[in-house]
Design a protein around this ligand. Structure first.
Ligand code: CA
Ligand code: CA
Ligand code: CA
Ligand code: CA
Ligand code: CA
Length: 369
């Protein structure tokens, strides 16, 4: 009898341990998609890769690049086949975003900005379309004053044409800076708005046509704010939450927007705790539309614990004829290596979730004169 009780206890202990080590339960019905390409791993081990931004080449989309952050070394520029094109070895960079047609030194340039965690400021670059490399164009001594430079996104106002850098600190503070040419061909910033959420944020994305800013409060929710600097400092809606009523599993990490024509499209979030990506309508009340996982194949391992994500609707090459979705992968296991990024064709995601594919919107036209 005693032995039977011991056996029962042992079984209970094993069941409890195995339940704890299993994946967090999904709150929805994730569809499976697969990566077609993975990038070369980052140089150092540990939690190093984070966020990315897709740059589309002005005349040959197959020559487009992915600019990604390295939380130990700086930035890495990848070709669409996943190979490394350029490494900026500097200081830890956390998040990165990009906007086209910024007026600088008499030209219209693609501006790439990342959060510099060591100097607690913004690292500002332009893309040289001839070399496809990024080049430092930050003015000296940017007046960035925040506890730490953590999450980051950019906004181009459809009303004023101004460009903004929006960064956040782990204490919940958001700062919005207007970007301008300092007269010497370098990019300077001017603080125009400060607001906050109650706990640690990171991922954010602005809608350059509809004028909204979506913000991830990591343990809590996705919030929708007005993106204009004179907008309300309170969220105008909660898009989704990590509690029982929501589809997210904390942390809420990367956020990105798939643009289609007619101001339609999708908001996508990295629901890090369940290795899922949740999809919402870009318009109206941001209705929840479904979720997906990036499952493993014989060639490329699954993506898990994803930080940053990015997406474009634009046709890039034969592998990504209807756009590209990119996700950081926390555990790059096939072969065993340092962290990297997984590249998924939008075609795969649209088919799996019954979403629209629309290649007509050209992100390079935002801000064009
Ligand atoms: Ca991570
Ligand atoms: Ca980004
Ligand atoms: Ca985070
Ligand atoms: Ca993996
Ligand atoms: Ca992150």
């Amino acid at each position: 009898m005693f032995k039977r009780v011991q056996l029962l206890i042992l079984i209970l202990v094993i069941m409890t341990l195995s339940a704890a080590s299993a994946q967090s339960p999904s709150k929805g019905d994730p569809k499976e998609v697969h990566a077609l390409i993975e990038t070369e791993p980052v140089a150092k081990d540990g939690d190093v890769a984070d966020d990315s931004a897709i740059w589309i080449h002005p005349t040959d989309p197959a020559q487009s690049t992915i600019i990604a952050t390295d939380k130990k070394d700086g930035l890495v520029v990848y070709n669409l086949d996943g190979s490394i094109h350029q490494v900026i070895k500097d200081v830890p960079m956390n998040n990165v975003d990009l906007r086209y047609n910024f007026p600088l030194n008499g030209n219209r340039v693609a501006l790439v900005i990342a959060t510099d965690r060591e100097r607690v400021t913004l690292a500002i670059f332009q893309v040289n379309p001839d070399t496809r490399e990024i080049e430092d164009v930050a003015a000296e001594d940017l007046p960035v004053d925040i506890n730490d430079a953590y999450g980051f996104c950019m906004y181009h106002s459809p009303i004023t044409g101004s460009y903004y850098a929006i960064l956040n600190s782990k204490d919940g503070t958001f700062q919005q800076y207007e970007l301008f040419d300092n007269g010497a061909g370098r990019v300077a910033v001017n603080l125009v708005r400060t607001f906050s959420v109650d706990s640690q944020p990171e991922g954010c994305v602005a809608d350059d046509e509809l004028g909204f800013l979506y913000v991830g409060e990591e343990d809590v929710a996705i919030w929708k704010f007005e993106a204009e600097p004179d907008g309300s400092n309170e969220p105008i809606a909660q898009v989704d939450s990590t509690d029982d009523s929501g589809y997210l599993t904390q942390d809420v990490e990367g956020l990105t927007i798939y643009y289609t024509s007619d101001q339609q499209g999708y908001l996508i979030a990295s629901s890090q705790g369940s290795d899922e990506y949740t999809v919402y309508d870009r318009t109206g009340d941001n209705a929840y539309l479904g979720m997906f996982i990036i499952a493993g194949t014989d060639a490329i391992d699954r993506a898990s614990d994803t930080d940053g994500i990015d997406v474009t609707n634009f046709p890039l090459n034969e592998t990504f004829p209807e756009g590209l979705f990119i996700a950081q992968d926390n555990d790059n296991t096939r072969p065993d290596g340092n962290q990297n990024f997984k590249l998924v064709s939008w075609t795969d995601i649209a088919l799996a979730l019954g979403l629209t594919t629309d290649t007509s919107f050209d992100p390079r036209t935002i801000g064009a004169q």
